[in-house]
Design a protein around this ligand. Structure first.
Ligand code: THU
Length: 162
C-alpha cells in the first residue's frame, strides 16, 4: 500500500487592488457579467470573464430554466460560446464571481465539478494551462495556476481508447 499526498499551490489576495492590472480588469469584467445573469430560481448570480491570448475578453453568466437541469452555469455558457465562435482560441485566464441579494458572500465562490470538467477539456485541447481566479466581491481572491490543479483526477479521454 502506498499513501500519497497531493498538494496544490494557489495565490490568495485580500482585495482586487493587489492584482495585476490585467487580472483586475478581468475580475471587473466578471462583475459586469453578473448583470446578464438569468437566475429567477436560485436568485444567485454568477459571472465570468475569460481572457483569450488575443486579448479579447468573453463574458458569461448563469442562465437558469424552469426545468432546472436545463439551465447552465456561467463558466460553461462562456466556454461553449468560445468553442463555437473561435474554436482555435487559446484561453489565458478566467475570473469568476457571484452575488445574491439574499445574503453576503464572504468567500470566493468556486466552480462546480461539471464546469471544472469542461474547463479541463479546454485546457487539454489547447495544451497550455488556464489560470482561474475566484473573485469574492467582498475582497478575498484566489488564483489557481491551472484547472488541472483543481481536478487532478479528472476523467481523461484515454479512458475511451481501446
Ligand atoms: N452556478 C454557476 O454559474 N457556476 C458554478 O460553477 C456553480 C453554480 C450557477 C448555477 C445556478 O444558476 C446557480 O449558480 C445556483 O446553483
Amino acid at each position: 500500500m502506498n499513501s500519497i499526498n497531493l498538494n496544490i499551490s494557489f495565490e490568495q489576495y485580500s482585495g482586487i487592488d493587489e492584482l495585476t492590472e490585467k487580472d483586475r480588469t478581468l475580475c471587473q469584467q466578471a462583475e459586469q457579467a453578473l448583470a446578464t445573469s438569468y437566475s429567477p430560481y436560485s436568485k444567485f448570480r454568477v459571472g465570468t470573464a475569460i481572457r483569450l491570448a488575443s486579448g479579447e475578453i468573453v463574458l458569461g453568466s448563469n442562465q437558469e430554466n424552469l426545468a432546472y437541469p436545463s439551465g447552465l452555469c456561467a463558466e460553461r455558457v462562456a466556454l461553449f460560446a468560445i468553442g463555437t465562435k473561435n474554436p482555435e482560441a487559446v484561453i489565458e485566464s478566467m475570473a469568476i464571481t457571484a452575488q445574491t441579494d439574499h445574503f453576503e458572500i464572504l468567500k470566493p465562490v468556486t466552480s462546480c465539478g461539471g464546469c471544472l470538467q469542461v474547463m479541463i477539456e479546454f485546457e487539454r485541447k489547447q495544451q497550455s494551462p488556464i489560470e482561474v481566479i475566484f473573485y469574492c466581491l467582498n475582497g478575498e481572491i484566489l488564483k489557481v495556476p491551472s484547472v488541472k490543479s483543481l481536478l487532478p483526477f479528472a476523467f481523461a479521454e484515454d479512458r475511451l481508447e481501446r
